[in-house]
Ligand binder design. Structure first.
Ligand code: ZN
Length: 297
């Protein structure tokens, strides 16, 4: 049982990380929630994406395109679109990596995803499109926020930020059949938020796949709510009402609700940023994307 002081501290942290635009002091690193950074570095990351040998077994291989650049401290930091460019694809999977720049496992999973898809010619009828890093400035400095202190994952109603508009443009260019957003959080273990368009059996199969990769599934989400099925946090009616209230009063909306309103299933994966096991953190994101490719093919 938590003491009143602990509950007050949780509420304060919740407000700080979820409800406040922090244009005054960011992008700064956040230490108080125990984030273990995994060594993301923009130049090396760009190399890892663009120097990947074209996987011969994938028709057309991968195309890596710079779709935006964000300026920060004299640097032009790229946002990439990595895509399989399959002429015969009938389905599309859109993956968002690094919406929060200090949640690095999803970013570092992208080269491994490219390797796996190429090596085994996975889901040849599915076009895989990955926007990475969505928050390129935050990724470079290890911050949740963009250069102006905005949390990108609160901006899918107003689209005030260039980063959210880049995601919207990627959505509009080729409407996806599913969206995955790769995040991390302070909870122990890994769980996923599924919007109302995600069937429970799909979420369950994806969680089985993630667990098979050696990933520990969480019993609680990062709000401390018990998860009846480990790792599975579906959008409940009360969460939906809270999201609508949040949108109306604060003008804030996350990708899951935005996608829901557009009729598209969206999963937000949350591995544990407290874990020092980088491989397990990255493996969760790789397993989710490969599982979703299977679901769509
Ligand atoms: Zn996040």
């Amino acid at each position: 049982v938590k003491s009143p002081a602990e509950i007050a501290s949780d509420v304060r942290l919740f407000a700080k990380y979820h409800l406040v635009r922090r244009v005054h002091d960011h992008p700064a690193r956040e230490g108080e929630l125990g984030v273990q950074l995994l060594g993301y570095e923009p130049v090396g990351y760009c190399d890892a994406l663009t120097r990947r040998p074209k996987p011969v077994s994938v028709r057309g291989g991968f195309e890596v395109e710079v779709i935006d650049r964000r300026q920060y401290c004299g640097h032009q930091l790229p946002v990439h679109l990595v895509r399989t460019a399959r002429a015969n694809a009938t389905r599309t999977l859109l993956v968002l990596a690094g919406v929060h720049g200090n949640e690095q496992a999803g970013l570092l999973a992208v080269p491994a995803i490219m390797d796996a898809v190429g090596r085994d010619d996975l889901a040849p009828n599915v076009e895989l499109r990955i926007v990475t890093p969505v928050n390129t400035v935050g990724a470079a400095v290890g911050s949740r926020y963009n250069a102006d202190g905005y949390d990108i994952n609160r901006d899918f109603q107003r689209f005030d930020t260039a980063e959210a508009r880049v995601v919207r443009a990627a959505f509009d260019e080729q409407r996806p059949d599913m969206i995955l957003s790769l995040h991390e959080g302070p909870q122990a273990g890994t769980f996923l938020f599924a919007n109302r368009r995600v069937h429970e059996d799909v979420a369950t199969r994806l969680l089985t796949r993630i667990a098979s990769a050696g990933v520990e599934l969480a019993d609680e989400d990062y709000f401390g709510r018990h998860l009846d099925t480990p790792g599975y946090a579906p959008m409940t009616p009360s969460m939906w009402r809270l999201s609508m209230l949040w949108a109306k009063t604060l003008g804030m909306m996350a990708t899951g609700v935005w996608a829901d309103r557009l009729g598209v299933p969206e999963i937000t994966l949350e591995s544990s940023w407290r874990s020092r096991d980088a491989d397990a953190r990255i493996a969760a994101h790789v397993a989710l994307v490969l599982g979703a490719l299977d679901e769509l093919s």
